[in-house]
Write a protein that binds this ligand. Structure first.
Ligand SMILES: *[C@@H]1O[C@H](CO)[C@@H](O)[C@H](O)[C@H]1NC(C)=O
Ligand SMILES: *[C@@H]1O[C@H](CO)[C@@H](O)[C@H](O)[C@H]1NC(C)=O
Ligand SMILES: *[C@@H]1O[C@H](CO)[C@@H](O)[C@H](O)[C@H]1NC(C)=O
Length: 176
C-alpha cells in the first residue's frame, strides 16, 4: 500500500475525517442575516396583520406560561422593517417549557421562494430567552440549501405583548 493510503486508512480507523478537520465556527460556507417578525393574534383586534396564534393556553405550572403553544407563519425580511418585502417565511411553532423562567422551544422552516433563493432551511432548538443571543440548530435544507447544516444565532430586537422581532444569523457549515 502507498504511504498516503495507509495514512487515510489510519485516520478512518481513528474516526477522523480529513474533510472536516478544518471546520471552524468563524468560517461558515454560507451566511444569511435575516429578521423574523411575529404578530400574535389578539382576539379579533389585529386579524389582518396577525401571523401567529395561540393553539393551547398556558398551564398552571409556574408563572412563565408553561405549556403555551403557538403556531406561526411569519414574514422574514432582510432589514428590520416589517413593511419591507419578505425574503422568506418562517413556518413552525414554539412552546414555553420552563417553570422558573421564560424559555421556549422552537421548530420551524425558512421557506425561500424568490428569484434570489428557492428552497428551505429547517431550524430547531431551545430558545433560552434570558440569554442575549441563543444558538439554534440548522438541521437540514432543500433546494438552494440542499443538505444544509449549521447554527442559527438569534437575538431579540423588539418585544411587546403581541409583537416580537428577532435577528437571525444563519451560518451553514455544510454547503453542497
Ligand atoms: C388587544 O386587543 C384589544 C381589543 O380587543 C385592545 O384593547 C388591546 O389594546 C390590544 N392589545 C395590544 C397590546 O395591542
Ligand atoms: C390563558 O391563561 C391565562 C392565565 O391563566 C388567562 O389569563 C387567559 O385568559 C387565558 N386565555 C384564554 C384564551 O383562555
Ligand atoms: C413560488 O413562487 C411562484 C412564482 O411566484 C409561485 O407560482 C409558487 O406557487 C410559489 N411556491 C410556493 C411554495 O410558495
Amino acid at each position: 500500500m502507498q504511504p498516503m493510503a495507509i495514512l487515510l486508512c489510519l485516520l478512518f480507523l481513528l474516526g477522523i475525517n480529513p474533510g472536516h478537520a478544518s471546520l471552524s465556527k468563524d468560517k461558515p460556507c454560507k451566511r444569511l442575516v435575516l429578521h423574523l417578525h411575529d404578530v400574535l393574534l389578539n382576539g379579533t383586534a389585529n386579524e389582518a396583520e396577525a401571523t401567529s396564534a395561540v393553539v393551547a393556553n398556558q398551564t398552571a405550572l409556574g408563572a412563565y406560561k408553561f405549556g403555551k403553544f403557538v403556531v406561526f407563519d411569519d414574514p422574514v425580511t432582510a432589514d428590520e422593517s416589517l413593511a419591507s418585502p419578505p425574503v422568506a417565511r418562517a413556518q413552525g411553532f414554539y412552546f414555553y417549557d420552563m417553570k422558573t423562567d421564560y424559555n421556549a422551544w422552537f421548530a420551524f422552516t425558512l421557506v425561500f421562494n424568490s428569484t434570489r433563493h428557492t428552497g428551505t432551511i429547517s431550524i430547531m432548538g431551545a430558545d433560552l430567552m434570558m440569554m442575549d443571543t441563543r444558538d439554534l440548530s440548522v438541521v437540514g435544507g432543500t433546494g438552494d440549501f440542499f443538505m444544509a447544516r449549521g447554527v442559527a444565532t438569534v437575538s431579540t430586537e423588539a418585544a411587546s405583548l403581541y409583537y416580537f422581532r428577532v435577528k437571525m444569523e444563519v451560518k451553514l457549515y455544510e454547503c453542497h
